[in-house]
Design a protein around this ligand. Structure first.
Ligand code: BGC
Length: 216
C-alpha cells in the first residue's frame, strides 16, 4: 500500500501506479477505479479530489506510464461489477443498487445483470437535508462528529429515499462501511433487503481488475 501523494494530481498518482506495477513486475492489463464520472477513459468530474483530474484521459495516462493496456471506470461501478460477479449480487437479475460509503458516496445500478454506468446518485438532494453525500458520507460523519446511531439513521433515510425513486430488489453496501456492518443486524428499515458487500472494501479493486481482464 502506497500513501496517496499530496497534491494528488494525475501525474503524481500515475507515478504511484507505475511503482505498483514495477513492484509486482506486472506487464498485463491494468484496471483502475476512479472516484468520479469516467467516459471512454476520460475523467469528467472530481467531487472529492484534485480538480486537475477533470478532462484527463486517465486510461491514456496509465498506458503511458506503465506500458500496459488500461481500463478506468467509476469506483462504485467497479465495486458493483465485483459484487454482481462474485459477491452479494451473484445470481440476482433484478434491479440491484450498490452504494459505496466512504469519503464520497458512490452509487451503481445493475438490472438484468447489466450496469447503468456513472449514476452519481450520491449527489441527489434530500428534501430538508440538501445534498446527500454532504450529509451522510463517512466524510460528513467525521466532519460533523456523528455518533454511530445518528449516522445509521441518516443512511437509512437516504436509502429509503432512493428506494422510493427506484424500487430496487436489493441494496448492497460497500466502501469502508461494509466491514463495520453485521449482516445479521442491519440497522436499516427499507422494504428491500440491504446487505453488506461480500468483498468488503476490496470490491472496487476486484471489479476494476475484472473489467481490465475483459480488454481485447
Ligand atoms: C463521486 C462518485 C464516486 C463516489 C465514491 C462521489 O463524490 O461523485 O463518482 O463514485 O464519490 O468515490
Amino acid at each position: 500500500r502506497i500513501p496517496t501523494p499530496q497534491p494528488a494530481t494525475p501525474e503524481a498518482v500515475a507515478e504511484v501506479i507505475k511503482e505498483i506495477c514495477k513492484h509486482f513486475k506486472w506487464k498485463d492489463a491494468v484496471g483502475c477505479g476512479y472516484p468520479g464520472v469516467v467516459q471512454n477513459g476520460v475523467a469528467k468530474t472530481a467531487a472529492n479530489i484534485d480538480k486537475t483530474w477533470i478532462d484527463t484521459n486517465v486510461e491514456g495516462l496509465i498506458q503511458k506510464v506503465t506500458g500496459s493496456p488500461a481500463k478506468v471506470l467509476n469506483d462504485a461501478d467497479a465495486a458493483a461489477i465485483a459484487e454482481m460477479k462474485y459477491g452479494a449480487g451473484r445470481k440476482n437479475r433484478g434491479l440491484i443498487i450498490t452504494i459505496t460509503i466512504g469519503t464520497g458516496v458512490g452509487v451503481a445500478m445493475f438490472t438484468q445483470k447489466k450496469l447503468v454506468p456513472n449514476c452519481e446518485l450520491g449527489h441527489i438532494f434530500l428534501p430538508e437535508f440538501g445534498e446527500a453525500e454532504k450529509w451522510m458520507s463517512d466524510g460528513a460523519r467525521k466532519a460533523l462528529k456523528l455518533e454511530w446511531d445518528e449516522w445509521m439513521e441518516r443512511i437509512d433515510l437516504y436509502l429509503k429515499h432512493l428506494e422510493s425513486l427506484f424500487y430496487p430488489d436489493m441494496i448492497i453496501i460497500g466502501g469502508g462501511l461494509a466491514k463495520k456492518l453485521d449482516p445479521g443486524k442491519m440497522p436499516f428499515t427499507t422494504q428491500c433487503k440491504v446487505v453488506p458487500a461480500k468483498l468488503l472494501n476490496e470490491a472496487g479493486i476486484i471489479g476494476a481488475a475484472y473489467a481490465a481482464s475483459k480488454l481485447e
